[in-house]
Design a protein around this ligand. Sequence first.
Ligand code: HEM
Ligand code: NAG
Ligand code: NAG
Ligand code: NAG
Ligand code: NAG
Length: 329
Amino acid sequence: MNSVLPWLLFLQLVTMAAAVEPLRPGFYSQICPPAELIVRDVMKRALIREPRSVASVMRLQFHDCFVNGCDGSVLLDDTPDMLGEKLALSNINSLRSFEVVDEVKEALEVACPGIVSCADILVLAARDAVALTGGPDWEVRLGRKDSLTASQEDSDNIMPSPRANATSLINLFSQFNLSIKDLVALSGSHSIGEARCFSIMFRLYNQSGPGKPDPAIEPRFREKLDQLCPLGGDENVTGPLDATPTVFDNRYFRDLAVGKGFLNSDQTLFTSPRTRPYVRLFSKDRDEFFKAFVEGMLKMGDLQIEQPREIRTNCRVANSRTVDVLMES
Ligand code: HEM
Ligand SMILES: *[C@@H]1O[C@H](CO)[C@@H](O)[C@H](O)[C@H]1NC(C)=O
Ligand SMILES: *[C@@H]1O[C@H](CO)[C@@H](O)[C@H](O)[C@H]1NC(C)=O
Ligand SMILES: *[C@@H]1O[C@H](CO)[C@@H](O)[C@H](O)[C@H]1NC(C)=O
Ligand SMILES: *[C@@H]1O[C@H](CO)[C@@H](O)[C@H](O)[C@H]1NC(C)=O
């Protein structure tokens, strides 16, 4: 028995680490027919309860997929021996609405236990967030599995700062085979949701020297931002990322074109001549934006790496850890 056990564990690891299978639309149509409806239903209720929550959930796909592929790693809570992504600078006190993901997962576990991955839930929920707020609707590729671990360090090494300039964003996105057009279109996700003063204090009060703001901010808009985020004030206060933060539209791009972008990483897309043509295009043509956004989300959703994987039963906890927790108690 003692000599067999390590081999069994080894074999299990090998099977779990087997090559990443291709994703496909309708992956759950036979094995869990109501899956997509269940996700949309929970998202509808979340939207009614708190409009911002669907934007918050949509953001999770980005933070999940850029760090070791779309594997639900961003959802894992820290454990005594794992510092997870929730601690990373871009995520702490910022990522939110994890309870909506939990609600989706609970409903899916009742309907079809052990079938739908948390990584797929994020991709479905992001699509639904966009569709439910007035954006495009599209078919997503599915069949992802969930990671067993998460790493704060990996997230800190990858996720971009709100202070980032266009060049560094272009370089980062190109590492994921995402084009300049993809970068600009995906940034259009900031058509919904809010950001904290924390994310713009440097921009408002230091960007071009002590006390000096980013000169790209339109003066009246800067006064508004100064009032929202006074020096020394509460940096957890939030403001809208565009003028219509509960509607997924191309208003974000029209705001950028008049110097009313919230984050530096937003406004820089208009300042830089490499990205500006796409900002202009999307500000004038909502359908071009929608088309490019869907393409970008599909590409981002395809990011996968080879690693041991599973279908988690609780999106916050790896299954093996669930066993540990049971044994500890
Ligand atoms: C291009 C680089 C990007 C940067 C630098 C960036 C940065 C940020 C920052 C700093 C915030 C506010 C966080 C806070 O203050 O708490 C934010 C919010 C948000 N981001 Fe991004 N982001 C980027 C791209 C994306 C992408 C690709 C998506 C999704 C496809 C996305 C979706 C969102 C959403 C929906 C919100 C609002 C969330 C809420 O209201 O809770 N972002 N982003
Ligand atoms: C853009 O940001 C990068 C990384 O922070 C920096 O090295 C570079 O000098 C910046 N480029 C410009 C044009 O400001
Ligand atoms: C980007 O594309 C290249 C060439 O097709 C491929 O080798 C590489 O793995 C891709 N990178 C990512 C992160 O998907
Ligand atoms: C502005 O820069 C100074 C000097 O580097 C620093 O001490 C201060 O914390 C910065 N303030 C903000 C709001 O970024
Ligand atoms: C923001 O709120 C969190 C708790 O949600 C708190 O720990 C943190 O210190 C606050 N940050 C700032 C900058 O006020």
